[in-house]
Design a protein around this ligand. Structure first.
Ligand code: THU
Length: 161
């Protein structure tokens, strides 16, 4: 037996003001997008902004449902929308921001497991890394160079061949 270490590295910015202009603009769109979240059950609103290689930005936010599992996270609303409208355009980066009516979200938003899996599908499909920017309501921003960084040992279509 031997041990294998799976390490990840993220860039940590103290605030949105430290980001490049492109990243800052995308994050501000995620902040705007979270305002249209439909989150009456959790009071936790998430916004996602997907930047495409053609310069377009596609937005999403969480959409909840009285039948809880029927709702969908912001990341999947946004990335599925991007795939639906621009199926052949590469995804450059995804910015995510979260806020809560119950407390101050100061930690960078962490995409759930299903959203990580959904996002890595597009990274694999386009054979090009997707940059991820994570923020709470304000405060520190994590920047990951690839979705694969936050989903080690990912399942992929290579298992289906
Ligand atoms: N949520 C997201 O939108 N993205 C995530 O990655 C984690 C959770 C939403 C789903 C639900 O509407 C609320 O946050 C609380 O779980």
């Amino acid at each position: 037996m031997k041990k294998k270490k799976l390490a990840i590295e993220v860039s940590v910015y103290d605030s949105i003001t430290e980001l490049s202009q492109t990243d800052k603009t995308l994050m501000l769109k995620a902040v705007e997008a979270r305002k249209n979240a439909y989150a009456p059950y959790s009071n936790f609103s998430v916004g996602a902004a997907v930047l495409l290689a053609n310069g377009k930005t596609v937005l999403g936010n969480n959409q909840e449902n009285a039948s809880f599992p029927a709702g969908l996270c912001a990341e999947r609303v946004a990335i599925f929308q991007a795939g639906a409208i621009y199926p052949n355009v590469k995804i450059v980066s995804v910015a995510i921001s979260a806020t809560s009516k119950n407390y101050q979200v100061s930690n960078p938003a962490a995409p759930c497991g299903s959203c990580r899996q959904a996002m890595i599908e597009y990274e694999q499909k386009q054979k090009q890394s997707v940059t991820l920017l994570l923020m709470g309501e304000l405060g520190a921003v994590y920047k990951c160079d690839s979705i694969a960084d936050i989903l080690p040992l990912a399942f992929s279509n290579s298992f289906l061949e």
